[in-house]
Design a binder for this molecule. Structure first.
Ligand code: ADP
Ligand code: MG
Length: 252
């Protein structure tokens, strides 16, 4: 599985937002997309998962133009956890996760097992009968990740997947995604986390990809100051790590 963007430009309502983006995610790679608010990260992701069409350029998944694939084929290749969670879904958690199976021929018992496994992986095994709308923001985010896992794709797109999560669940999610070994492109805000978890990252600024590579090479004080307008200082700081033998349990 390889995601390959060449010269992708995107406009929204006649306004150019993304300009000539080149970006690659190889099989099994965990790649972050970072950049200031409003620089076009979500717009680029939405174009990859076909919510928007590019004005120019090509988005290929395993060599096929995603915008020419039949919807079902595309959904078997790309799963997404979008930034805005649907607000008032009157569905149960089990029903939401089962939506991940939509692109496949139904197989009730196998699907049920898969969905239960996906919920278990995000630490919400006992949430199946809860109504989605009644969950906290963080729980919703994890349910939507479970739905993406149930979709069994080899490419995962995540738009700020940790934004509603407390520090422990942020780390759990990033570990989980890394351990999946699925090609992943994730919009992340925390540059330290991006550096700690990702194989490579791309930096976007004002609609353009301005840098890409291993975090240690890309996240220089010069680049951070140019793109974010802040000074980056390396200091000893509190570092949060997951407790190895403390598996995620359901909270009540
Ligand atoms: P990011 O995810 O990096 O914060 P977005 O991709 O959401 O940024 O937005 C990029 C820019 O596009 C922003 O300036 C935003 O206001 C603009 N934009 C997004 N959607 C629309 C829209 N429907 N109409 C006009 N402008 C939009
Ligand atoms: Mg965004």
């Amino acid at each position: 599985m390889k995601l390959d963007l060449r010269g992708v430009s995107v406009g929204v309502d006649g306004h150019p937002i993304v300009h000539g983006a080149d970006l690659v995610v190889d099989d099994g790679e965990f790649v972050a997309l970072v950049g200031p608010n409003g620089c076009g990260k979500s717009t680029l992701l939405r174009t990859i998962y076909r919510a928007l069409r590019p004005a120019a350029g090509l988005i290929a998944v395993d060599g096929d133009d995603v915008h020419r694939l039949p919807a079902r084929q595309a959904a078997r290749r790309i799963a997404v956890v979008a930034q805005e969670t649907p607000a008032d879904l009157d569905f149960t958690v089990a029903e939401i996760v089962a939506m991940g199976r939509t692109p496949y021929r139904p197989d009730a018992s196998a699907d049920e097992k898969l969905c239960a496994g996906a919920l278990d992986r995000v630490g919400l095994a006992h949430y199946t009968d809860r109504v989605f709308a009644t969950l906290s923001g963080g729980e919703k985010q994890r349910v939507l990740l479970a739905r993406a896992l149930a979709q069994e794709t080899r490419l995962l797109l995540l738009d700020e997947p940790t934004s509603h999560l407390d520090i422990r669940h942020q780390l759990e999610l990033l570990h989980l995604v890394r351990e999946l070994g699925i090609a992943t492109l994730a919009v992340l805000h925390d540059l330290n986390q991006a550096a700690a978890f990702c194989d490579r990252l791309y930096v976007m600024d004002a609609g353009r990809i301005v840098a890409g590579g291993p975090p240690g090479e890309v996240l220089t004080p010069e680049l951070i100051s140019r793109v974010y307008g802040v000074r980056a200082v390396r200091r000893t700081q509190l570092v949060f790590e997951r407790l190895a033998d403390d598996p995620l349990t359901d909270e009540v």
